[in-house]
Write a protein that binds this ligand. Structure first.
Ligand code: MSP
Length: 698
């Protein structure tokens, strides 16, 4: 069986889980589920980076022994990942790695020995002892060259790291060095031979330029007297292993390198090489240092280093504790379903590029794409099957004798157009997923939702059902919609594991979409006569104002929860932390695109229009918005329009307006009109071109 091994970075145990750590783990989770569907035996690794000066200091501040401290932080990470459905019990990661595990300790020492014995491509010893003199950033766990720190304003002060803006540590001590400077050509050759080794190309080019500019040897140890909380260098107890050398090695020790029992149960031989998912912030460690270490150790290179962008706040600023704009995972989890968070992260951020996070944007995606898009298609299709087809999947065929009827209803009697659209989308979807194009893949899936919505709006099953001669047309339309939902459930499973299982059940299907390969989907495999399941809402609409008010009150005044406080709390604390203000209010006069997007504007077709008795202002319409049932909407335009003349007119409707009663009639939306002249004469907004009912305006 083909294997697929995917890893996330192991997260520093000196801070709490945050949107970034959640994100990489979530993407790896989706990839694993996808590859599993595609027939691979998968392995997904995530975990904790638990050594180093920063963790040592964080533990001291918490008044705990380092091991006790990291145990507690690791428990918080595991609970957080479990809450988001990313743990093994939910089909997520297979191994939660911890670098304090004894087998890792032994594996790192074995790896070190292998590298230390090696000769570089230029025939030198790969590791040698020297003296390091320079600056070290504890937060980055990296040595800093002059272009990587800002000079102190006051002489005598330490320079500051450009990434973390924290003061650097002066290091002047004996150290072991890895002779990285001898690996430049071999690395360039690797990037040349394997153009997909670093993804995306833009990042690959950065790596190539960095290596071309010339590599310096890398200090790979610290004196034990400076950093005690680390793995000892083999055969030299005065030194400890540099935390990145230790951390990178986790990718192989986790699966059996250096440990016979793990090798037998998991298997380095079986699963290596891995696809490493990393944030672009740590690309150099993965695409330069790690491959060089592996070359020295004589081990195979990773399958790929895949670098994603960073989540920024709504104003495009980096998230940081100092700015107080990090995202409280507890709040995120309380207000949004796991599928919503997954969908948002994979749809909103173009993988590889930076993306902006705001709670408003999550609500918008939840309402427009999930509730009104996928959720609405599922519920309208299944409700109609329940009502019009006695709750069973109807037969797909339209007999030749009914071709004309079908055409009259605007339905192509031949399903092959629809089937081809599905096949094309299926192929594009899998190709895009294979290339980490998650956001585009989801767009492709959503184009099927739009297509099927259009099919329903144009065929109007609620009209067809009134005419027995249109029975086959009605059946065929609902069959096509149900079959599309089956395809969507399989394709979208890696992104929406819970919702797709619910769709599956609601369609009355047995088995699990997790076990089906999207690439093998074939038209027509949902069987007519299948009894559908209970129809239940998948994605309840979120009340933006209410949710935002709650989030604001939950995050307001709440200081940043420190890792020290959290680690001190009983380690059973079941929630993620680091609450801070996520959203900064926009200026009052101007609205953001997200504000605008909250208004759900739809194309509607006026089906009936009449005057409201005893009112000279109001007209009462029924308007088709592409939903299972037309809506009743009232408008104060009776003085200017003859109702009969408006039937068939396409209008713009505010579809997410709270319903209100006017003269005893409930108005379920509002029709847009320009207000002209001193007497505010209403002029209905309409379209020159043909547009389907229900189409969204944006
Ligand atoms: N411990 C090292 C990694 C060692 S891997 C052998 C480390 N840890 S970290 O806790 O700082 O996590 C870094 C990773 O978290 C990033 O590479 C990225 O995957 C993720 N993110 C951290 N902040 C992020 C954002 N703001 N946005 C997206 N992902 C981010 O570095």
């Amino acid at each position: 069986m083909k294997t697929f091994y995917v890893t996330t970075p192991i997260y520093y145990a000196n801070s709490l889980p945050h949107l970034g750590s959640l994100y990489t783990t979530l993407v790896a989770d989706a990839l694993k589920r996808y590859k599993r569907q595609r027939g691979y035996e998968t392995l997904f690794l995530t975990g904790m980076d638990e050594h180093g000066i920063n963790v040592q200091r964080a533990a001291e501040r918490a008044g705990l022994q380092p091991k006790e401290f990291v145990d507690r932080v690791a428990a918080i990470f595991q609970q957080t990942f479990a809450a988001f459905g990313l743990d093994g019990a939910h089909g997520g990661y297979d191994i939660f790695m911890r670098t304090t595990a004894p087998f890792h300790y032994a594996g790192v020492q074995q790896f070190w020995r292998r590298v230390a014995r090696a000769r570089t491509p230029k025939g030198n010893a790969a590791i040698y002892k020297g003296h390091y003199e320079g600056w070290f950033c504890a937060a980055c766990a990296a040595y800093k060259t002059e272009d990587e720190y800002s000079k102190p304003a006051v002489s005598g002060e330490s320079p500051r790291c450009l990434v973390h803006e924290t003061p650097l540590d002066r290091v002047s001590e004996e150290s072991y060095f890895f002779r990285l400077s001898d690996y430049g050509e071999a690395l360039l050759d690797l990037y040349e031979r394997r153009p997909d080794f670093v993804w995306p190309e833009e990042r690959r080019n950065e790596v190539v330029s960095f290596v071309r500019a010339g590599l310096q040897d890398l200090s790979v140890s610290r004196l034990k007297s400076s950093v005690a909380w680390a793995i000892p260098v083999p055969d030299d107890s005065a030194h400890t292993v540099y935390v990145w050398f230790d951390a990178l090695t986790n990718y192989i020790t986790a699966i059996g390198f250096g440990d016979e029992e793990r090798e037998r149960v998991i298997g380095f031989e079986k699963f290596w090489p891995a696809v490493h998912l990393v944030g672009k912030d740590i690309l150099r460690f993965h695409a330069v240092y790690w491959p060089a270490f592996l070359m020295a150790a004589g081990l195979e290179q990773p399958r790929a280093i895949v670098a994603h962008g960073m989540w920024l706040d709504r104003d495009g600023r980096k998230m940081s504790k100092t700015l107080g704009n990090t995202i409280d995972l507890d709040v995120l989890h309380r207000h949004f379903s796991n599928d919503t968070v997954r969908y948002f992260c994979l749809r909103e951020m173009v993988f590889g590029q930076d993306g902006r996070f705001s709670y408003e944007a999550v609500i918008e995606r939840a309402n427009s794409d999930l509730a009104s898009g996928l959720g609405n298609l599922v519920s309208r299709t299944l409700t109609m099957i329940a009502r019009y087809c006695a709750g069973t999947i109807p037969p797909p065929e339209i007999g030749e004798e009914n071709y004309l009827q079908a055409k009259r209803a605007g339905v192509n009697p031949d399903p092959s157009d629809h089937a081809s659209a599905l096949e094309l989308a299926r192929d594009q979807f899998t190709t895009l997923f294979d290339e980490y194009g998650f956001s585009r893949a989801l767009e492709v899936a959503w184009s099927l939702i739009a297509r099927t919505d259009k099919l329903l709006s144009e065929a109007k099953p609620w009209e067809l059902v009134k005419d027995e001669r249109q029975r086959e047309t009605l059946n065929a339309v609902l069959y096509r919609a149900a079959e599309t939902l089956r395809w969507l459930a399989v394709m979208l499973h890696p992104v929406l594991p819970d919702a797709t299982r619910a769709i599956w059940r609601q369609l009355g299907l047995t088995g699990d979409p997790a076990d089906l390969d999207p690439a093998t989907l074939k038209w027509g495999e949902i069987r007519a006569g299948t009894r559908i399941g209970e129809v239940e809402p998948l994605f309840p609409r979120l009340d933006r104002k209410k949710v935002m008010a709650e989030i604001e009150s939950e995050t307001k005044g709440q200081g940043t929860n420190t890792v020290q406080e959290s680690a001190k709390a009983p380690s059973t604390a079941a929630t993620p932390h680091n609450a801070t203000h996520a959203n900064v209010a926009a200026p009052a006069e101007l609205i953001s695109i997200e504000d605008f997007a909250r208004v759900d504007l739809r194309v509607g077709e006026i089906l009936t229009a009449e005057r409201v008795p005893k009112s000279d202002k109001l007209l009462r319409f029924t308007i088709d918005l592409g939903e299972p049932e037309p809506r009743q909407i009232l408008a104060g335009i009776a003085g200017y329009y003859e109702p009969e003349k408006l039937v068939g007119r396409k209008v713009i409707v505010v579809a997410n307006l709270k319903p209100r009663k006017l003269r005893g009639f409930e108005s379920q939306g509002m029709v847009l009109a320009a207000s002209v002249g001193p007497e505010d004469r209403p002029v209905l907004a309409t379209f020159v071109e043909d547009v389907p009912n229900g189409a969204k305006l944006k």
